[in-house]
Design a protein around this ligand. Structure first.
Ligand SMILES: CC(C)(COP(=O)(O)OP(=O)(O)OC[C@H]1O[C@@H](n2cnc3c(N)ncnc32)[C@H](O)[C@@H]1OP(=O)(O)O)[C@@H](O)C(=O)NCCC(=O)NCCS
Length: 181
């Protein structure tokens, strides 16, 4: 197991930096999430950002790395702009940010939110980053008093989400989909 430690500088500091009751969220500065992660013989620090000015090429590369089908840039840009919350995880390589994780949530800002596009680069999977990313999203949605958080899980990741407290078909409620024919 790679030796690493996650530390939140101070959970209450994170909380204070979130702008409650606003339609958009922005941390005032990037948050150091993991320090000294041993990656390919170097020690790297991993940061969390809620800046929605996401590098779309970097996001596409990240999604390619986990084998997701490509989506038109124009639509991805609109989706991000209209998301309630986006979270990016990155490290610096020669002062250039390298995106290694991403997730976003859409919301009616009152009752419901849905989490989309949860991804950790394969080189960084299995070290708790996916769980941390999800914990952060849930924490911030709860700060907005949102009580119903949903997502659509690929079959192979259902256990990952169940461990985080998500339920399939609670009280027999079924997710239903409509697609153009
Ligand atoms: C799913 C994903 C985000 C998990 O990220 P990760 O950083 O590897 O996950 P973590 O290291 O935080 O794992 C947390 C826990 O979930 C478990 N877990 C991770 N992936 C899992 C999987 N696919 N199935 C079952 N359990 C899983 C881990 O074993 C770990 O358990 P532990 O706390 O008992 O040790 C990542 O594997 C990924 O990006 N996959 C490809 C994209 C994808 O499928 N996204 C979800 C679309 S619905």
């Amino acid at each position: 197991m790679i030796s690493w430690k996650i530390f939140f500088r101070n959970a209450s500091v994170i909380f204070l930096h979130w702008h409650k009751y606003m339609n958009t969220y922005n941390l005032e500065s990037d948050l150091l999430l993991v320090d000294n992660l041993n990656y390919q013989g170097q020690k790297i620090d991993i940061f969390l950002s809620t800046n929605r000015n996401v590098d779309l090429n970097a996001l596409e590369n990240l999604c390619d790395a986990v084998g997701w089908v490509r989506r038109p840039f124009r639509k991805v840009k609109i989706a991000i702009e209209h998301s309630f919350l986006t979270i990016s995880l990155f490290y610096h390589d020669n002062n250039s940010p390298k995106l290694i994780g991403f997730a976003r949530a859409t919301s009616d800002s009152a009752f419901n939110a849905t989490i989309w596009d949860v991804v950790i680069h394969p080189s960084f999977q299995g070290h708790g980053l996916g769980k941390t990313l999800m914990d952060q999203i849930i924490q911030q949605l709860r700060c907005s008093d949102i009580t119903t958080i949903t997502l659509f899980a690929d079959p192979q990741v259902v256990p990952f989400y169940k461990d985080l407290g998500f339920m399939t078909d609670p009280d027999g409620v079924k997710g239903m989909f409509w697609y153009p024919r």
